[in-house]
Design a protein around this ligand. Structure first.
Ligand code: PLP
Length: 394
């Protein structure tokens, strides 16, 4: 007979590749639940479909549908599996420690931005700058990559190395602070002085390179990790990046959108590692019909901290089909940051400004005509005041 068993009572350790993980995730999301049970023996040991069991656990469900000996066809919805429980938030916002402040502080806000609205379109900004540590979309990824490293090593790493354009570095630095690890970060020469100082304040040892892109530093950092006996988390290749955004960022956005009764027609967001937009695109294209997803990159020759051009290589875009990639230059991004600040009092970072600019270009091109549009806004503007001042002569 089929029943739901608490996740803690099962173990389904199984090595599966990312492609399989994504395929099964899409199937579960499309169905809005699970259509088959996992066979267990009389002692509760998993004897069949360990792959599905493993994927469900990695997606953060609280209960697993099982049956004795043979799998059965019984449908359990995502809600019944406790899929959304981990992003329900903490109403009075009292937390036991800094780590809880992060993962029990979710969801990050989704706020309507009326000054961007046009005709029958409504616009909503997902403010990832409301994460507590580096105050960006990368706090989630730094947290999970570090936790994963602890799980593999069975203890916190002594030394971590990472190539970063600031935000991942700050997130990992926070985890290093909490767990007593040391951090050495490698930044490209395009990172602002403010970013470098922030990383130092967070306790990281900072090496500034003369190369322009964070991805230019990956090989060097891998070699350094070997030489120093350090753990390299490598946000560009570590699949935990994609998984984190599927499990938390996209999932909580799904919940917010449904609670608010939105009719989402498009999601727009920047591309750096491609972690958050690949995950959001995979997720929402599985959950909703007629939804378009767009990536935002810097125009050729322009630099916008956090995002980069697709041809520089992005690991996870192959698992989804974006409906377009919009190019924006740094000045356009800065202008949009100032526009929104002066209209709504919300001061966003430059890659968020690029997302606002991309949205306006898509509206002008009549690519988006109606419904609710979600803009994923990676951080706030306070890290970029010098750059914005330079770009706009303020
Ligand atoms: N914007 C900012 C400010 C970032 O720091 C990053 C990533 O570091 C991004 C956008 C891109 O996010 P992702 O790496 O998930 O593509």
């Amino acid at each position: 007979m089929a029943q739901l068993l608490e996740v803690e009572r099962l173990s389904c350790k199984e090595n599966i590749d990312t492609e399989t993980f994504v395929e099964i995730t899409k199937k579960v999301l499309k169905a809005g639940g699970v259509e088959e049970t996992i066979a267990v023996d009389s002692e509760g040991k998993v004897i069949g479909n360990k792959v599905l069991c493993n994927v469900l656990i990695r997606l953060g469900v609280k209960k697993i549908p099982v049956s004795l000996m043979n799998p059965e066809k019984v449908f359990y919805s995502l809600e019944e599996l406790g899929f959304y429980d981990e992003v329900l938030g903490t109403p009075f916002r009292v937390f036991e420690n800094s780590e809880e402040l992060l993962y029990k502080g979710w969801p990050t806000p989704l706020v309507r931005l009326r000054s961007l609205e046009n005709g029958s379109i409504r616009v909503w900004g997902k403010l990832e700058g409301f994460n507590p540590w580096g105050m960006s979309v990368k706090d989630r990824v730094g947290w999970m990559m570090f936790k994963n490293a602890i799980e593999e090593l069975k203890k916190p790493p002594k030394l971590v190395v990472e190539a970063t354009s600031t935000n991942t570095g700050l997130a990992v630095a926070a985890m290093c602070a909490i767990y007593g690890s040391k951090l050495k970060v490698y930044i490209p020469n395009t990172v602002s002085k403010t970013g470098e100082i922030l990383l130092k304040i967070f306790g990281a040892d900072v090496v500034r390179s003369d190369k322009p892109l964070t991805t230019d530093l990956i090989d060097e950092v891998e070699a350094e990790a070997k030489r120093l006996g350090a753990v390299s988390l490598n946000q560009f290749y570590n699949d935990v990046n994609l998984e984190t955004h599927l499990r938390f960022t996209a999932k909580e956005l799904d919940l917010q959108v449904r609670k608010a009764g939105l009719n989402v027609k498009a999601v727009i967001g920047g591309l750096g590692t491609s972690g958050h937009m690949s995950a959001i695109s995979i997720y929402f294209k599985s959950r909703l019909k007629d939804i378009k997803t767009y990536g935002v990159v810097p125009k050729k020759g322009s630099t916008i901290q956090g995002i980069r051009r697709v041809e520089s290589g992005m690991k996870w875009l192959k698992y989804t089909e974006l409906d377009g990639v919009v190019e924006v230059d740094a000045r356009e991004a800065a202008e949009e940051v100032v526009f929104l600040t002066r209209r709504e009092g919300i001061f966003l970072g430059l890659s968020s400004g690029a997302v606002l600019s991309a949205y306006k270009k898509l509206i002008e091109g009549r690519e988006i005509r109606e419904g609710d549009v979600i803009l994923v806004l990676p951080d706030m503007g306070f890290k970029y005041v010098d750059l914005i001042s330079e770009l706009l002569g303020l």
